[in-house]
Ligand binder design. Structure first.
Ligand code: F3S
Length: 416
């Protein structure tokens, strides 16, 4: 055992830090140990998986590509399952998307570097839709903020909101520091909200998430009552899951939400592991102001986008059902993990979507694709997270509303 401040390392961990498994592993261990010491962890924890953000060339650029290549050259390889976040383009259909060739070449090089490091090229922010990725109490090192909120809140797993390099380092050594949301005490709710506003659509849940994220710096406890509870009771299990996904994604985008508890719905609240905080709750009786904050005023649209976080099969089915017999006038992207896209092809859903003019776009999303280089300046979305990020990150105008409102706009080519 070696002591580094309050941090105790086992003999095996000390060997990794000393470089016994090569410079790439040593570099990863140095990062994990540095983070653990900053946050005064006393030990490292084994992790079940990592989820690695920092993939789009638009975000990490040449410096990020060089960093990944150098790490791979040093012989680093992940030792636990490591899943990749969306890239800047559909890896198979980037030309049809209109992605410039020089961007595509750099993006492909980044993905190739991740492959050399042993990362699975899932390119999705919703890996949990296809396979059981974590269970109550599992320790993870995930970095995509919407996936972090989902894993912590809905699955009851434990992960901090890792940076991309931090998650990759954790995957390479199979460990992370025992601090923050890995510790039970840090998972107790601090701020209490009582929500009565109806939560009928994923956009409503997203608008709620954006509002809660704006109002809290800690872990919120959310109680539903009246119309909110009635809406939740009327949703299918899949719709409720997609609502909670939207809530967490938006809260992470408008604030720093990484864990939320909803009484009776989320994992630790259901298991009785957390309790409501004392004190009067903040009341949210209407989402009108949240909608107004997220919605812009542009009318002609270049693109309508749904699938942030990446869409579920049930969400794709809802689009096909609503547009049946109609055809879109502006491009409609349904961003989706490749695995879910394959399921949609297998069951004939993809054909129904293509018949109305929708495009299933895999591996990427509107927030990380090079929209302006593709001539896109105005986007409508039902995702509160996208609506939070698009103006600042992409410099495009945004309309935000329910899926039905977005699909109507896709048919008309204008926001009504
Ligand atoms: Fe996923 Fe992109 Fe939204 S990574 S959560 S679809 S911003």
């Amino acid at each position: 055992m070696v002591l580094l401040g309050t941090l105790q390392l086992t003999d095996e961990e000390r060997a990794l830090l000393a470089g016994d498994e090569g410079p790439g592993v040593r570099r990863a261990m140095e990062m994990v140990v540095a983070l653990a010491r900053i946050y005064r962890a006393e030990r490292l924890l084994p992790i079940g998986s990592a989820q690695v953000a920092g993939v789009s060339y638009a975000n990490i650029g040449d410096a990020g590509l060089d960093f990944l290549r150098a790490w791979a050259d040093e012989g680093a390889r992940v030792r636990v399952p490591a899943l990749l976040n969306p890239a800047g383009m559909d890896r198979q259909a980037w030309q049809e998307m209109g992605v410039p060739a020089d961007f595509a070449a750099k993006q492909s090089a980044i993905v190739a570097a991740y492959a050399r490091l042993g990362v699975r090229l899932t390119c999705t922010c919703a890996p949990y839709l296809l396979e059981e990725s974590a269970r109550l109490g599992d320790h993870l090192a995930w970095s995509e903020s919407s996936a972090v909120a989902y894993a912590n809140s809905v699955l009851g797993a434990r992960t901090n909101r890792e940076g991309g390099p931090g998650a990759l380092a954790a995957a390479i050594v199979g460990r992370t520091g025992d601090f923050g949301l890995h510790r039970s005490g840090e998972r107790q709710p601090r701020d209490r909200f009582r929500v009565s506003a109806p939560l009928e659509t994923a956009a409503d849940w997203g608008a709620l998430g954006a509002e809660v994220g704006r109002r809290t710096q800690g872990v919120p406890w959310i109680e539903l009552e009246g119309p909110a509870q009635a809406s939740a009771d009327s949703l299918t299990e899949a719709q409720l899951r997609d609502g909670l996904r939207a809530l967490g994604a938006a809260g992470a985008a408008s604030g720093s939400l990484a864990l939320f508890h909803v009484a009776g719905l989320t994992a630790e609240a259901r298991a009785g592991l957390v309790a409501p905080p004392a004190g009067e709750p903040q009341v949210i009786a209407s989402l009108r102001e949240s909608y107004e904050r997220l919605d812009g005023d542009t009318v002609p649209l270049d693109l309508v986008a749904s699938g942030c976080p990446h869409a579920s099969l049930e969400q794709l089915e809802a689009v096909a059902r609503y547009l049946d017999g109609r055809r879109v006038a502006v491009p409609l992207w349904l961003t989706v993990g490749r695995g879910v896209a394959e399921q949609a092809r297998d069951c004939g859903l993809a054909g129904r979507l293509e018949a109305v003019g929708a495009r299933l776009v895999s591996d990427t999303c509107v927030v990380v694709a090079p929209l302006r280089e593709m001539g896109i300046t105005a986007v409508a979305t039902d995702s509160a997270k996208s609506a939070c990020y698009l103006p600042g990150h992409q410099g495009v105008a945004v309309r935000f509303g329910s899926l039905e409102r977005c699909l109507d706009a896709a048919v008309r080519g204008r926001w009504a």
